[in-house]
Design a protein around this ligand. Structure first.
Ligand code: NAD
Ligand code: MG
Length: 384
């Protein structure tokens, strides 16, 4: 029996994880759940999975939840200490890190320190603190299994191969909803247009990141740390059908790829059962039903955010954390209708221009640069 903590259980990845779990009650037990403010859904999850500990965003929500629950109650925690309590809960073996944004960093780091294996969806953890996290993973000897579909594909394409023979990692990207829009129209796209992803149904922040392709930029940085591969050897190919989830090219010219219908239940299950594979209910792939698989190079004029991520990785140290924080502020401002779509990348670039990369040695260092970048981006956008 594997005992799970799910950080961010009410989100898109959290819900898909619980779908996998509910089909395998004999293999998985949920010991802790954390949510933001969706108490209605959290209540249903508590009744269905009976975790011993839950945590919500703040004290008010914790009291509200306590009043809503009838029958046996879990311990109810809140805030960052609550996230840490869930991430380090004694019984749990595996922590599914499915909070969105840099808010995932502290509990994920705490889980690793407590010796938990990690199923990592929260890419921002590696973007902001890649070296610190990978050193900690090594020191603690825990397993770090990618949930992000591209990284799961790379992980699977590396299985049984010799790492020294890897020539390139090729991440695929759908290109999002604006792949074929005339460039000048990008200035006028609406929030609803940007949230209308062609292939994946996901949380709002990652959906906007997919439209700007910052998501792929974050994934390049995530791959750099997960697979210890320099940026020069990580390429991005746009592949609008999202059937090939990513590839690894080897010294002899052979390329290993992982294919499947786009459904996050597959990489989630693999992260939880590796090296075993279990039926997940994901639709079988029928290649004969597809009209074709196409590929193209990304255009940085359309997707400047992708270029910014390569720049941040080249600058190194604190720069990726600064870029990530600026992106979080800009995406939130876009979702609130305060800035236009193309202002997202522009404001990230301006924040990065205002920052000299500094060395980061601890999670606290990362948080201080994250805080600085949020303030700077708000100031530049005239928000605060
Ligand atoms: P989501 O917005 O649907 O869910 C986020 C979850 O985190 C929710 O439970 C929310 O309540 C919680 N949360 C948000 N802010 C919080 C905070 N400050 N403190 C505590 N909890 C907080 O997001 P998602 O789409 O499920 O994505 C989660 C992570 O997984 C992201 O890092 C994303 O990049 C990554 N990811 C998602 C997908 C996908 O298909 N959705 C695919 C690959 C990677
Ligand atoms: Mg992905």
């Amino acid at each position: 029996m594997k005992k799970l903590t799910i950080l961010g259980s009410t989100g898109s990845i959290g819900v898909s994880t619980l779908e996998v779990v509910s089909a395998y009650r004999d293999r998985f037990q949920v010991v802790a759940l954390t949510a933001g403010s969706n108490l209605e859904l959290l209540k249903q999850q508590i009744e269905a999975f009976r975790p011993g500990l839950v945590s919500v965003l703040n004290a008010d929500l914790a009291m509200q939840l306590d009043r809503m629950l009838t029958g046996p109650k879990p311990e109810i925690h809140h805030g960052v200490p609550g996230l840490i309590a869930a991430a380090t809960a004694g019984e749990s073996d595996v922590v599914v890190a499915a909070i969105v944004g840099a808010a995932g960093l502290v509990p994920t780091a705490a889980a690793i320190r407590a010796g938990k294996d990690i199923a990592l969806a929260n890419k921002e953890t590696l973007v902001t603190a890649g070296r610190i996290i990978m050193d900690l993973v090594k020191e603690k000897g825990v397993g770090l299994y990618p949930v992000d579909s591209e990284h799961s594909a790379v992980f699977q394409s590396l299985e049984g191969q010799s790492r020294k023979d890897v020539k390139r990692i090729i991440l695929t990207a759908s290109g999002g909803p604006f792949l074929n829009l005339p460039l000048e129209n990008l200035l006028r796209v609406s929030i609803a247009d940007a949230l209308n992803h062609p292939n994946w149904s996901m949380g709002q922040k990652i959906t906007i990141d997919s439209a700007t392709m910052m998501n792929k930029g974050l994934e390049v940085i995530e791959a750099r740390w997960l697979f210890d591969t320099p940026a020069e050897r990580i390429a991005v190919n746009i592949h609008p059908q999202s059937i090939i989830h990513s590839m690894v090219e080897y010294a002899d010219g052979c390329v290993m790829a992982q294919l499947g219908v786009p459904d996050m239940k597959a990489p989630i299950a693999y992260a939880l059962t590796y090296p075993e594979r279990i039926p997940t209910g994901v639709k079988p792939l029928d290649l004969t039903a597809l009209s074709g698989l196409t590929f193209m190079a990304p255009d940085y004029r359309r997707f400047p955010a992708l270029k910014l991520a390569y720049d941040a990785l080249a600058a190194g140290e604190s720069m990726p954390a600064v870029m990530n924080a600026a992106n979080e502020v800009a995406v939130e401002a876009f979702l609130k209708g305060k800035i236009g779509f193309t202002d997202i990348a522009t404001s990230i670039a301006r924040t990065m221009d205002n920052h000299e990369p500094r060395s980061i040695a601890t999670v606290e260092d990362v948080l201080s640069f994250d805080l600085w970048a949020r303030g700077k981006t708000r100031e530049l956008l005239g928000l605060s």
